[in-house]
Design a protein around this ligand. Structure first.
Ligand code: NAD
Ligand code: GLY
Length: 357
């Protein structure tokens, strides 16, 4: 019953306990103890994840004293919207949930973002727990409190920052993840290594075969290292107002352009980020922040994890300029971009948009 524990601390004595282990949900004892005696818990999940993990999650939360019921929403990014939110609120009303009750998100980033937003807003905030089951969610989406739903006008246009009390990460759940989803998650892992953890980068090189086979020992090390990086960043800048959290956007500016140019359906988010990281490494090379060898090291790492490093058809400067002009992060034609300064270090630089082309 080996597991790792991390505590994220925020202003106002708020904290979030992260427990990570292989087989955590099936441990004979809940390592967090009986923290929810007598409270009710809505487990928000989808048909795919519930088929694999609902009973395990229910038993795990039951050990903590929670009386659980499930709310199943359809699977897919297209359901991360106000319509699904309404379904959740209705289920909470039907069960008469109140502020001492708990919402648990069981699934990937879509479920976490939806359930997190519902938990933050229903009756001005219910207790919240994350049980992430994708690599994206275990290393990124479930950590740091951001949640959100999409509007027709754009992605994540509704959202808050609302911390879960607990994040329970069972890396065994990654064994059932489709290969493409797993590799897409590896793009975010590579991102953490590039911006903040050269040892993680070394691990990704050295243990590539075992990681790709989803070896549990190696994944435990990888996931906990990513959490440690994210913890540092979000503790320093929980609400992304100090410029520190922006570093997590490495690869995302060009990633967003790639997603826009391909209509959001051809590429998974991590695949777009992989392409974006290579493009932004090229920007760093042009600025002299990294050299040719470092650029090539970045590119090879991306490709070695089965991720794309090129946008089919390439980035046409006019199209890039057009998309950038609509980006809400851009003011007076300048952009704050995370720029790699080595393998494992990055800094935010304010650049003219023209420097990206
Ligand atoms: P996802 O939630 O859509 O999950 C991918 C697919 O895998 C889904 O079909 C899901 O049902 C399935 N699945 C989940 N766990 C599984 C398992 N263990 N075994 C088998 N199948 C499983 O996608 P995602 O990549 O996890 O999350 C993407 C979403 O996360 C986006 O909406 C993005 O905006 C959001 N996100 C949020 C943050 C944040 O900070 N809040 C950060 C990154 C991404
Ligand atoms: N996924 C970026 C962030 O949490 O800030």
């Amino acid at each position: 019953m080996e597991y790792k524990k991390e505590i994220l601390k925020f202003s106002g004595m708020r904290q979030c306990i992260v427990l990570t282990g292989s087989g955590l949900l099936a441990f004979s004892e809940n390592p967090a103890g009986r923290w929810g005696d007598g409270t009710r818990c809505a487990i928000v999940t989808n048909p795919v994840v519930s088929g694999h993990y609902l009973e395990r999650a229910r038993e795990f939360l039951h050990q903590a004293g929670l009386e659980c019921f499930e709310v199943i929403v359809p699977d897919g990014e297209q359901y991360k919207n106000p319509g699904t939110l309404e379904l959740l609120y209705r289920a909470f009303v039907d069960r008469r949930l109140n502020r001492s009750d708990v919402i648990a998100a069981l699934g990937g980033g879509v479920i976490g973002d939806l359930a997190g937003y519902a938990a933050a807003t229903f009756k001005r905030g219910l207790r919240f727990v994350q049980i992430p089951t994708t690599l994206v969610a275990q290393t990124d989406a479930a950590i740091g409190g951001k949640n959100g739903v999409n509007l027709d006008a754009g992605k994540n246009l509704l959202g808050t920052v609302y911390q879960p009390e607990f994040i329970f990460i069972d890396i065994q759940t990654l064994l059932t993840l489709p290969e493409r989803e797993f590799l897409s998650g590896m793009a975010e892992v590579i991102k953490y290594a590039l911006i903040a953890d050269s040892d993680l980068f070394g691990l990704l090189e050295e243990k590539r075969a075992a990681i790709l086979e989803r070896g549990q020992e190696e994944l435990l090390e990888v996931v906990t290292r990513c959490i440690a990086v994210k913890k540092k960043v979000v503790e320093a800048d929980e609400r992304e107002v100090l410029g520190v959290r922006e570093v997590l956007n490495f690869g995302h500016t060009f990633g967003h352009i790639a997603e826009t140019l391909t209509g959001y359906t051809a590429l998974l988010h991590g695949e777009a980020v992989a392409i974006g990281m290579k493009e932004e490494a090229a920007v760093a090379r042009r600025l002299g922040a990294i050299n040719d060898d470092q650029y090539e090291t970045v590119r090879k790492m991306i490709v070695s994890y089965g991720l794309p490093d090129k946008l089919p058809g390439g980035f046409h400067p006019e199209a890039v300029q057009d998309i950038l002009s609509q980006d809400k992060k851009i003011r007076t034609n300048r952009i704050r971009l995370p720029v790699l300064t080595g393998i494992g270090t990055a800094e935010i630089r304010e650049l003219k948009c023209a420097q990206l082309l």
